[in-house]
Design a protein around this ligand. Structure first.
Ligand SMILES: [Zn+2]
Length: 382
């Protein structure tokens, strides 16, 4: 499933390469700035058509460089049996999507370092080509293009090695703390904090640049800083939840004896139904043998005035259970949480072969995360 705002470009080694729409704007911006800024500075007598061709080639070269950087991460991830289904090229780089956390500090270290090493390698290749091309008196425009590729690959390598999670450098740092302390949660907390500090520093630096020089280029830095802060926080929270729910399935947390309404029950009995959770808005509708009929949502019955509650049956308002709110008893608890998120619901109905098994509430999952944070954490095997 492509994420919002992204579309698929092509597949390579079975990995789907996606592009976020913001990248189309960025590609135009980069082409233009190369055409109007970078190349005219180094090639003063080039005709505009050549400058434009170089601008386009430079932008393509930049994205190819980022893609190779991400593919390097993906290949090492595969080597450690982590599946990489897709790579998204983004505003300021790429993301190789990995479903799982790395299995060991060593796996994470190698996976994280692979991208910057690839970028460094590409920069060295470009510098080598520059030396050979210069000695062989290659045309100035070709040398200018190669020089540009050398500089951007070096930039990508250096920027990504800054030690804030989730940048590559932050992942390297996390793997080192993880190996030393045998605690991935602690390691993630420290490296994500450094990532946030670093992101805030970028924002401040960008704002100072805007006000001090009056140039708008600083806003770029502010934007990247904001993204770094957000990602650093999100990835820490996501990891906590993942760790807290590790190995747990839906049936560990579901209420196997939930409030169930029969199709013939009145709206009055729905309104007076005992609630274990005052926030609960949906109830399963099932027959006495627990074969599922569907779902009733209190928001659908709220238009019925209290004097008429006795006159209406639940079946009038029941609707079939949407796929997004149905889950099996053996599904991962973490997957259930993602499903709730996607459905915008605090409950999922647990069903097997159209028989109602229970209701899973977000509160029981949240409680598990709280217990995980409070108790002594199981250290993961290093
Ligand atoms: Zn990277």
């Amino acid at each position: 499933m492509p994420e919002t705002g992204s579309f698929t470009l092509f597949r390579v080694f079975g990995i789907r390469v996606q592009m976020h729409w913001t990248l189309v704007l960025l590609a135009l911006l980069i082409t233009w700035s190369l055409y109007a800024g970078w190349f005219p500075r180094v090639l003063d007598e080039a005709p505009p058509s050549l400058l434009l061709a170089l601008g386009i080639a430079g932008a393509i070269g930049l994205f190819a460089s980022i893609l190779l950087h991400e593919l390097a991460h993906a290949m090492v991830a595969r080597r450690f049996a982590m599946s990489v289904e897709r790579i998204t090229l983004f505003l300021f780089g790429g993301i190789a999507h990995m479903e799982d956390e790395p299995p060991s500090p060593k796996a994470e270290f190698l996976m994280a370092i692979a991208g910057p090493l690839m970028s460094l390698f590409l920069a060295f290749l470009a510098v080598g080509a520059l030396a050979v091309g210069g000695a062989a008196q290659a045309p100035a425009w070709a040398l200018a293009l190669v020089a540009y590729l050398a500089s951007i690959n070096l930039t990508v390598a250096v920027f990504n090695m800054l030690p804030g999670f989730p940048l590559d450098g932050g992942r390297v740092l996390r793997s080192v703390i993880w190996a030393a302390k045998k605690d991935i949660v602690l390691a993630t907390r420290v490296s994500s904090l450094i990532g946030q500090v670093f992101g805030v520093a970028l924002i401040v630096f960008g704002l100072v640049a805007v006000f001090a020089t009056g140039s708008l280029g600083g806003f770029w830095t502010v934007l990247i800083g904001g993204i770094v802060v957000r990602f650093a926080r999100q990835s820490y929270v996501a990891l906590l939840v993942k760790q807290a729910l590790r190995g747990a399935t839906v049936k560990n947390f579901m209420d196997p004896d939930p409030v169930v309404l029969t199709p013939d029950a009145t709206v009055a009995s729905l309104m007076r139904a005992p609630t274990r959770l005052s926030e609960q808005l949906v109830y399963p509708v099932a027959r006495d043998d627990r074969s599922l009929v569907g779902l009733i949502d209190l928001r659908k019955t709220k238009g019925v005035p209290p004097p008429e509650w006795e006159r209406h049956a639940v079946r009038e308002f029941a609707e079939p259970l949407p796929e997004g709110m149905r889950i099996g008893p053996d599904a991962d608890a973490e997957r259930a949480l993602r499903k709730m998120n996607a459905a915008g619901s605090t409950e999922l109905i647990v069903v097997e072969d159209d028989r109602l098994l229970g209701v899973l509430s977000i509160h029981s999952l949240i409680r598990q995360v709280q217990l995980f944070l409070a108790g002594p954490r199981r250290a993961l095997p290093a």
